[in-house]
Write a protein that binds this ligand. Structure first.
Ligand SMILES: C[S@@+](CC[C@H](N)C(=O)[O-])C[C@H]1O[C@@H](n2cnc3c(N)ncnc32)[C@H](O)[C@@H]1O
Length: 454
């Protein structure tokens, strides 16, 4: 017997993600195409890959108990076969014998001992219910955050960062709802560029962004490709982040705008459509040449000339003092707010990444302030709710610019833009920052701050 094609595809993608830092969302579609999977098999391969990667932390705890050894002592290729097997046993309706046998086949490449080990561990797991295993996993935790981390498959440092960010809104009771939301696949959200794209009649409007909609059925990809880029797949929080800048106050014709960290260009497209409608001009910048190329493609459908530079945003902005009326700094960040859409992301970052990112974020935002005209507005955006990356960076920049910076009320701006009140609570630091959440708004956890140069 050989492993079925969907499981083979899922296993190969898991191996590439865990061994060579591949991105599942990029690799999986090409692997599915190469294996010529039917639509049903492609859906199964996707569920197996994403489900296993998301729940990897929980499954590793189960495997460690059942194998009676730390997972670090298990050969990585064997461990991935075990993870795939545990996912099928504990979280799908796949029959136990099929789940066990298929993972044994995948591990057979590793030799007879490996397949015997996989067989023994998975049979042991299959003898008890998912509930029994969750109880054992919970009992193995040494603290409440570790328990949440194991049960909801998040690294403990991420659980702590979320707890602090929710505490800043007095909402720590929402922590489990947030962790649960991160483990569900988000529905595809789309945006029709203002004044250019059309929302299909049968689509349902999203509650907050005036550009957003979801299809009841149908293929988002064919809608996107048939629209010349004027209809796009875009998280509703990302739409709101761009609109927070363009609609913070009425646009005066002739304004100059800059998108400082633009790749791959989703928000640039919204800015470009808004600039076109308001008679403003837009420039974009991205440090990575490959991603700058994606920005150029993203704005092809907007009839506005948008020069795209390829430079370090810190240099690009500090060399253009007092030049722009509005600047978007959608900063490189830990991405902890987009875990729903990037199944492996939670295992990639570590707390050690945070200080260098906050330093870069602070420098990018400071350079953007220099590049603003007096009276100009900068939107500082992260797809992370980590307080060091959000309120920490903004407070640091406000401290260094003193009374020459004023914070605008980003929560009021978003409430004004939205057709449904997003009910954004006050922040403990007294700032007017807007924080969106997957469990509350069904968006990525985007943080949006608006600052005006005086
Ligand atoms: C969060 S992403 C921006 C997403 C984009 N605004 C969109 O909506 O599609 C951050 C971008 O900043 C870029 N970046 C990283 N360091 C930078 C720097 N020093 N200057 C300019 N861009 C930088 C990254 O390559 C990445 O494309």
């Amino acid at each position: 017997m050989t492993a079925s094609a969907p499981r083979r595809v899922a296993y190969d993608v898991l191996r590439a993600v865990n061994e060579s830092d591949a991105y599942a969302n990029l690799l999986l579609p090409t692997s599915i195409e190469r294996a010529r999977l039917t639509t049903a098999d492609a859906a199964l391969a996707t569920e197996l890959t994403y489900g296993t990667l998301r729940r990897q932390g929980t499954y590793d705890a189960v495997i460690s108990i059942a194998a009676d050894r730390p997972v670090q002592e298990i050969d990585p290729a064997v461990l991935d076969a075990l993870r795939l097997g545990v996912h099928q046993l504990l979280s799908t309706r796949v029959a136990s014998h099929a789940a066990v046998n298929e993972s044994v086949e995948l591990a057979r490449e590793g030799g007879r001992a490996a397949s015997g080990f996989v067989n023994a561990v998975l049979r042991r797991i299959s003898r008890d219910t998912p509930g029994d295993w969750m109880t054992r996993v919970e009992d193995s935790a040494r603290s409440d955050d570790e328990r949440l981390g194991l049960v909801y498959s998040h690294p403990v440092w991420v659980v702590r960062a979320f707890r602090r960010a929710l505490a800043a809104e007095g909402r720590t009771d929402e922590l489990e709802a947030l962790l649960t939301a991160d483990n569900a696949s988000p529905r595809v959200t789309m945006a029709a560029l203002p004044g250019l794209g059309e929302v299909p009649e049968e689509a349902r409007r999203t509650p907050y962004s005036p550009l957003g909609f979801r299809l009841g059925g149908g293929d988002p990809e064919s809608l996107v490709s048939g629209s010349d880029g004027r209809v796009r797949v875009q998280d509703e929080g990302s739409q709101l982040a761009a609109l927070a800048l363009t609609r913070a106050e009425p646009v005066r014709a002739g304004e100059r705008w800059l998108d400082l960290c633009a790749g791959p260009g989703g928000k640039t497209a919204v800015l470009a459509a808004e600039a076109l409608a308001g008679g403003a001009s837009l420039e974009a910048n991205e440090v990575s040449p490959a991603r700058a190329g994606l920005v150029r493609r993203a704005i092809e459908g907007v009839p506005l000339d948008v020069p795209v530079s390829e430079a370090d945003g810190r240099v690009r902005a500090s060399e253009s003092p007092d030049m722009y009326d509005r600047i978007l700094v959608d900063a490189p960040c830990t991405g902890l707010g987009a875990l729903r859409r990037r199944p492996e992301a939670r295992w990639r970052k570590s707390p050690a990444d945070v200080p260098s990112l906050t330093e870069l974020q602070t420098e990018l935002l400071s350079a953007a302030v220099v590049a603003l005209k007096p009276g100009g507005i900068v939107a500082y955006v992260t797809c992370s709710p980590h307080l060091a990356e959000t309120s920490g960076v903004v407070s640091e920049v406000r401290r260094s610019f003193g009374s020459s910076l004023e914070e605008l009320d980003a929560r009021a701006v978003l409430t004004e833009i939205s057709s449904t009140d997003p009910r954004l609570p006050d922040q403990a630091d007294g700032s007017k920052r807007a924080q969106l959440w997957p469990h509350r708004h069904n968006t990525d956890a985007m943080s949006i701050s608006l600052l005006r140069k005086l």
